[in-house]
Design a binder for this molecule. Sequence first.
Ligand SMILES: NC(=O)c1ccc[n+]([C@@H]2O[C@H](COP(=O)([O-])OP(=O)(O)OC[C@H]3O[C@@H](n4cnc5c(N)ncnc54)[C@H](OP(=O)(O)O)[C@@H]3O)[C@@H](O)[C@H]2O)c1
Length: 241
Amino acid sequence: MHLLNRIAVITGASRGLGRAIAISLSQQGARVAMVGRNEETLQGVPGAEVFVADVTVEADILRLEEQISARMGTVQILINNAGIALRKNVTDISLDEWNAVQTANLTSAFLMSRSFIPHMKRAGSGRIINIASIMAHISAPQRAAYSASKSGLLGLTRVTALELAQEGITANTISPGWFETEMTAPLQLNPETNAMILAKVPMGRWGKPDEIGALAAYLCSDAAGFITGTDIVIDGGWCAT
Ligand SMILES: NC(=O)c1ccc[n+]([C@@H]2O[C@H](COP(=O)([O-])OP(=O)(O)OC[C@H]3O[C@@H](n4cnc5c(N)ncnc54)[C@H](OP(=O)(O)O)[C@@H]3O)[C@@H](O)[C@H]2O)c1
């Protein structure tokens, strides 16, 4: 229970990696604020509280900060996990589609950090984890908008870490490879893409969301207090090839 009574805000907690992180932090004693757009799908994590917000809307995030302050108190852990994918060639992406990906994946993390860093400063300690992707490190066709947004998260995180280095607050990214979630379900279900992905991953399997949960719990712990401004790739060895 190394996160006992720490208040943790997790965006995109309704399913997939965000939900796995919520369960993992909760098991370590954290009091978790589950954030997403659908109240029903955010339910079910014991002891967690549910907050409905669209992280692409600034007013929602400002309201969220007020609600979490009032209902839970001072936040010490922020996990910016909510995100969307887009697979299109550069020449086929509309400006609206491009902007939607940047807003959901990158601007949301900026807005959430801006709202909750003052909590961590008041507490004298804090943890920020932004969920990036191996697409911030390697590339593939049709991933321009997604890859740009995730690469941007690495830059945002490094600067945040430097600005907070004297305040007991760390900021890091986790870059997952391929994990079994709804976002990747179409790729898992298509025998061709599934085989292509498994052939590229040296460990020959998909990642399990629990494995991201365990890493996030470690980065939130006191044991990880000297890790900041960096990125941890968790991909079964793909980026090593
Ligand atoms: N799965 C992978 O293999 C993989 C690999 C690398 C990186 N990632 C990254 O990991 C993160 C989680 O991925 P996942 O696979 O778990 O995705 P997922 O199953 O599609 O879940 C996405 C989550 O984000 C939330 N969300 C999306 N847009 C939102 C918005 N505007 N406001 C609030 N919440 C929003 C969704 O909640 P609601 O729809 O309920 O609001 C949902 O909880 C993403 O940032 C993704 O890019 C995933």
